[in-house]
Design a protein around this ligand. Structure first.
Ligand code: ADP
Length: 383
């Protein structure tokens, strides 16, 4: 394995899964990664997160990697509320606070807590570090973070824009500066993180000033199964006319909306295939695609205005990195605003790269995200 200073185990614990990567925070690439799924589900051999982590432990041992080289564990934690934004050394008090923040992220924080507790038992002698998905957006100015609702209600219940995918947005903004060989502090960048979940951010000099996700990851762009922006009045209307209660509405907007709601599939590759096949389902897929692109363009336009001057627009995550038609269509016809994607560059190449034309005032890039590496580097600070 060569002379490494040490490794970081990065864990992303969901309610029924644990994703892991073993990362050399100095060299970069992951040495090993994997996923344990169906934790606690009926008929599953993995009863709970403790069993899941034992399995990961075994995979790590079987790979021949010396576990003594694991010098820190980095945990992705979804919601840091107003309390946590910087990477935080995990103590009993921190665990208790993350658990308390479950009020804001009922699906995610409890699973994060379980993962942390199990891993602390399993790796008792190394620092465990929480890296918050909301952290990067702590800097949002009040004008961007505040919802225009009753001030007392908002402050009593912690209602504000928190933003998510922060680790990815921060990492990608940093990579943009590296690719352009520019100082991060002098760059204005729009980051478009387009995965199953999708979010946009406006970053001024390395500091986030606007983002599309809100109190929860439901707001903003069209996603695989989530609606993104919607008139809140739709909820009242459905409640009154269709009798849908809060749980049904939650399920409708989070699981049966977005691309899936519009055309039946949430996987972008399947959507493209369905659209190409034509027929009635092809038409539905074409509409889903158009809605997706339209929303994306709206956000790009909004963030151009928020930033005033934009040096770079970066596409990342599964769709952003792999679907050239999305990049092309989202920015088509914006030459007048100084944004010109080069057709050939957009369709060729791999890794972090520039895809705009030479004369384009704003540089357009594809930047593969790497949240695990960012978490590993953050955890490494505590070694
Ligand atoms: P997650 O939010 O789960 O991390 P990813 O960033 O992995 O998601 O993105 C998953 C999405 O990327 C899926 O919709 C998938 O279809 C899409 N995707 C992956 N590869 C391609 C591709 N070659 N073309 C179009 N979409 C792709």
């Amino acid at each position: 394995m060569g002379a490494t200073a040490g490794l970081v185990l990065v864990l992303n614990s969901g309610s029924s899964s644990i994703k892991f990567q073993l990362v050399d925070p100095v060299a970069g690439p992951a040495l090993l990664s994997g996923l344990v799924e169906q934790i606690g589900e009926p008929d599953s051999a993995i009863a709970d997160h403790a069993a899941g982590l034992r399995l990961i432990h075994r995979q790590l041992s079987d790979s021949g990697i010396d576990l003594a080289a694991v010098r820190a564990v980095g945990h992705r934690v979804v919601h840091g509320g107003d309390l946590f934004y910087a990477p935080t050394l995990i103590t009993d008090e921190v665990v208790a606070e993350v658990a308390r923040l479950a009020e804001l992220a009922p699906l995610h924080n409890p699973a994060n807590v379980i993962g942390i507790e199990v891993a602390r038992t399993d790796f008792p002698d190394v620092p465990h570090v929480a890296v918050f998905d909301t952290g990067f957006f702590h800097s949002l100015p009040a004008a961007a973070a505040s919802y225009a609702i009753d001030h007392d209600v908002a402050s009593r219940y912690g209602i504000r824009r928190y933003g998510f995918h922060g680790t990815s947005h921060e990492y990608v903004a940093g990579e943009v500066a590296a690719v352009l060989v520019r100082d991060l502090g002098e760059l204005n960048t729009i980051v478009l993180h387009l995965g199953n979940g999708a979010s946009a951010s406006a970053v001024r000099g390395g500091v986030a000033v606007e983002t599309s996700m809100g109190l929860t990851p439901l707001e903003g762009l069209v996603m695989g199964t989530r609606s993104g922006d919607i008139d809140p009045g739709v909820l009242f209307h459905l409640n009154r006319t269709a009798g849908l209660g809060v749980d049904k509405l939650d399920e409708l907007l989070n699981r049966r909306s977005g691309l899936k709601g519009l055309c039946g599939v949430n996987d972008f590759r399947e959507l493209l295939e369905q659209r190409a096949a034509g027929g009635a389902s092809g038409e539905a897929a074409a509409l889903a695609y158009d809605v997706y692109i339209h929303r994306l363009r709206k956000y790009v336009g909004a963030y151009l205005a928020v930033l005033g001057h934009v040096d770079a627009i970066a596409f990342t995550a599964g769709v952003g990195e792999n679907a050239p038609e999305v990049r092309e269509d989202a920015l088509a016809g914006l030459d007048g605003l100084g944004i010109t994607v080069d057709r050939e560059r957009n369709r060729a190449g791999r890794g972090a790269r520039i895809i705009s034309a030479d004369g384009s005032r704003t540089t357009v890039l594809v930047v593969p995200t790497n949240e695990e590496l960012a978490i590993a580097r953050a955890a490494w600070q505590f070694v």
